[in-house]
Design a protein around this ligand. Structure first.
Ligand code: GLN
Length: 540
């Protein structure tokens, strides 16, 4: 029977609950158990798709086409388990489901209330659509004490009773700060946070304590005593240079052992973490380095490019080199030419809107003319087509209809397409939420193309998140100047990959390959891009 582990956070936000949940998932897998990770987000938005990347960070897209929190990306990268629509919910989604049921009359005239209707909806989300996994690790977004997370805490408290404590475990992640004036680590914020959690009826079973230095034994004892947790279940979670070290550090601290003890599971004494050791060793001991320029609008909040940075790190692991990421704000484009000197590769990631696009177009032109390896992802591909149309086809007004009406819409809104057997239809005035081309779509690669060589296959599947598409009507003209569509949708209506015939490495993709890159299985496009950049490094 599936066991449920709930991860809450206390004291402050940004303690890394997502990495903590992912690391525990990886450790349980290393002990031979199957896991599923889920996230409950307290905000009222139905999904993060319409939220500003500056506030929320990256929107992660699942294979089956849901826009989710970036933590689901960590879950996938650490455990290799493909996240699904049923693994992510928000207050907005829960209420939306409850209200739909109410309108349909499903509640048979009952007064619809938070308890039981909203709470039941949350409990159904947590326990529903499972495939008999050994463990579900469920992360509660936000910090204990937030008004928004109350119903989620009530739901997990009730599940403790419904399923029985032998099937439920509560982990609370907190901060143990060092106060330099006192020269001491302080346990009081954790005590208060646990008190708050207790006021909702939840007694944590394990405390995971973030700190910037080792937590002495007496402090652990004190935490255990005041928080009513056994001292061996007060687990230190010290700051670390790479997130991929976290599973091993938790293991050394006995986290997975304590979880198994709690559930009374017969325990393996040796756990093979050599694959983690191996990647951490490669990250810490690179044999070379390469400089990659990432030109984007959201460089002030690097969480907006989480999967992208991880995918580049993974490709570095594959080559045993350090990938130095240089973030260029496309809004301040002075002297781009000078600034990009010394870069071994240029990448323009996904993005939205006209603001900042001029800087990206400049960077693309430099990459094309100077034959610097270029990787354009989604918006980065669309802008590469615009750059070619403006500067090579001399269509000065070539643009995307995303920026407004244009005489030469080389990129335009797709109004109809087939999503499997479903006809999708869109208009310029339609809703913004959840209406992009989302999730996994197949793509056919042209034999002999660089993309085909990289994938080693003519049929691939990649995840999408965009509203606009490259306009097929410009295919012939672009081909004449060396830019061709090397990947198309199976019905040959949608260009999915572009490349230049006369450039060593210039690829634009309509999809987001970074979402599928994993540390143990880096994405072939990123591996190849870094290989080309390494080659370039030798030339500079
Ligand atoms: N803004 C573009 C579109 O919606 C690109 C989106 C993206 O880069 N994810 O088509």
């Amino acid at each position: 029977m599936t066991k449920f582990i709930f991860v809450t956070g206390g004291v402050v936000s940004s303690l890394g609950k997502g990495i903590a949940a992912s690391s525990l998932g990886a450790l349980l897998q290393a002990r031979g158990y199957s896991v599923r990770l889920r996230k409950l987000d307290p905000y009222i938005n139905v999904d993060p798709g319409t939220m500003n990347p500056f506030q929320h960070g990256e929107v992660y897209v699942t294979e089956d086409g849901t826009e989710t929190d970036l933590d689901l990306g960590h879950y996938e990268r650490f455990t290799g388990v493909c996240a699904q629509t049923s693994d992510s919910t928000t207050t907005g989604k829960i209420y939306s489901a409850v209200l739909t049921k109410e309108r349909r009359g499903d509640y048979l005239g009952a007064t619809v209330q938070v308890v039981p209707h909203v709470i039941d909806e949350i409990k159904n989300f947590i326990t529903g659509e499972l495939a008999n996994e050994d463990f579900v690790i469920c992360e509660i977004g936000g910090t204990v004490g937030d008004i928004e997370s109350l119903p989620f805490l009530e739901a997990i408290r009730q599940l403790g009773n419904d399923l029985g404590r032998e099937r439920t475990l509560f982990i609370h992640l907190t901060l143990v700060p060092y106060i330099s004036a006192a020269g001491e680590l302080k346990t009081k914020p954790t005590q208060h946070s646990v008190k708050e959690l207790l006021s909702y009826g939840i007694q944590p079973d394990i405390l995971l304590c973030r700190s910037d230095r080792p937590i002495p034994q007496d402090a652990k004892h004190k935490l255990g005593l005041f928080c009513n947790v056994r001292p061996e279940r007060v687990i230190e979670a010290q700051d670390i240079d790479t997130i991929y070290q976290v599973p091993m550090s938790y293991h050394q601290e006995g986290l997975d052992w304590q979880v198994c003890q709690y559930f009374g599971l017969k325990e393996k004494t040796t756990v093979d973490l050599s694959k983690w050791q191996n990647i951490v060793h490669r990250i810490r001991h690179p044999e070379g380095q390469v400089n990659i320029a990432v030109v984007g609008k959201y460089t002030q909040l690097l969480d907006a490019y989480k999967s992208l940075s991880e995918a580049l790190i993974h490709a570095g692991i594959a080559h045993n080199v350090k990938v130095n990421l240089h973030w260029f704000d496309s809004l301040s484009q002075d002297n781009f030419e000078d600034k990009l000197v010394g870069m071994n590769g240029i990448l323009v990631p996904g993005g939205f809107g006209e603001r900042g696009s001029a800087g990206k177009l400049q960077a693309i032109k430099i990459a094309r003319e100077k034959k610097i390896p270029y990787f354009g992802i989604c918006f980065g591909m669309q802008l590469a087509v615009i750059e070619a149309a403006r500067n090579l086809l001399r269509l000065k007004e070539a643009s995307t209809t995303e920026f407004g009406p244009t005489k030469d819409p080389v990129i335009g809104l797709m109004t109809e397409w087939m999503d499997g057997k479903i006809l999708q239809q869109r208009t310029e005035e339609g809703n913004l939420g959840g209406t992009m081309r989302l999730g996994s779509y197949p793509c056919k690669l042209q034999k002999g193309s660089l993309a085909y060589k990289i994938y080693g296959d003519a049929h691939i599947k990649e995840r999408h998140r965009h509203r606009y598409e490259v306009n097929m009507n410009y295919q012939d003209a672009l081909k004449k100047v060396g830019l061709y569509f090397s990947g198309l949708s199976p019905d040959e209506q949608l260009p999915e990959i572009i490349e230049y015939t006369n450039h060593p490495w210039f690829i634009g993709v309509q999809f987001h390959p970074e979402l599928k890159s994993r540390p143990f299985n880096p994405h072939p496009l990123f591996i190849s891009f870094i290989a080309a950049a390494l080659q370039q490094e030798r030339l500079v």
